[in-house]
Design a protein around this ligand. Sequence first.
Ligand code: ZN
Length: 302
Amino acid sequence: MTTIAEEMRAMPAQIRMPYTLTPGTATGIFLAELSKQRLLGSRHGERIIVPPTEFSSTGEPSEGFVEVAPVGTVRSFTETAIGVIGIVVIDGTESPFVHRIVGFAPGELQVGARVAAVWADEPTGTSVLDLVGFGPEGDASGFAPREPEGELSETIEKIDYTMTLDYQHAYGHYYGTLFDGVKNGRRIRGVKCTECARVLVPPRGRCDVCFAPTGQWVDLPATGTVQASSVVHIEFIGQRVKPPYVYAEIILDGASTRLIHMIGALDPEDAKTAAAPGARVQAVWSDRHTGSLADIEHFEVI
Ligand SMILES: [Zn+2]
């Protein structure tokens, strides 16, 4: 008899990746100039490329920056979750500039539409969104590409950036049932192989030794035996606990597979003896009811 977890179908999760972006000279100056409401391209013989690049797609080096009128023509566009993204060809250039298209009423935007720059009210000086996007401008006309007047901005050498990816982790039937039990009854539930009778926790659909399907659900006690342990000293992004702390492979009583969790209430210095293989441990439940094995604060040596 199994129960399908109604509640624990998916977990909202997020991956954050902080890093430093090095835009390079051409893009660094291009971005800095956007905050002055100036659109720059690079000249490569007869061709002008916007945004500017050090080399053209055929390898011709840039002969310098040119200022272009911030008006152009929409060549294609697509609607996305964050709005309309289009390819704009700036007047006097032939390179595609992929950016946001803003300010058009639904159904109004057409391929061939004339557009002009929409500038940010409060530019940051480091973001392409200092140019909010391109909006409707009737039959806008600007000026022919020209030498930029005055001094160009200093290039931006580094931009601190954090890429954030939100996603839903779908638990499926087996993890869903385990996490539902953990959350609502502090039950740790494994599942038994129909062939070799090993008890798998976390539960899964097939035995990882004989590949036979699993069947019967089994409640396991929150006690077990350490199979291996390790003291973590290294700091890394996403860590929940400040090092040093003790991680262990624990085989719950009645289980055939190991569970990896922390051993707390223990001086890491003593882990070598206190949390050595064979040590008996029990789960210490936290106050949280999130429906994950993080609801176990840690295991403690008994
Ligand atoms: Zn098996």
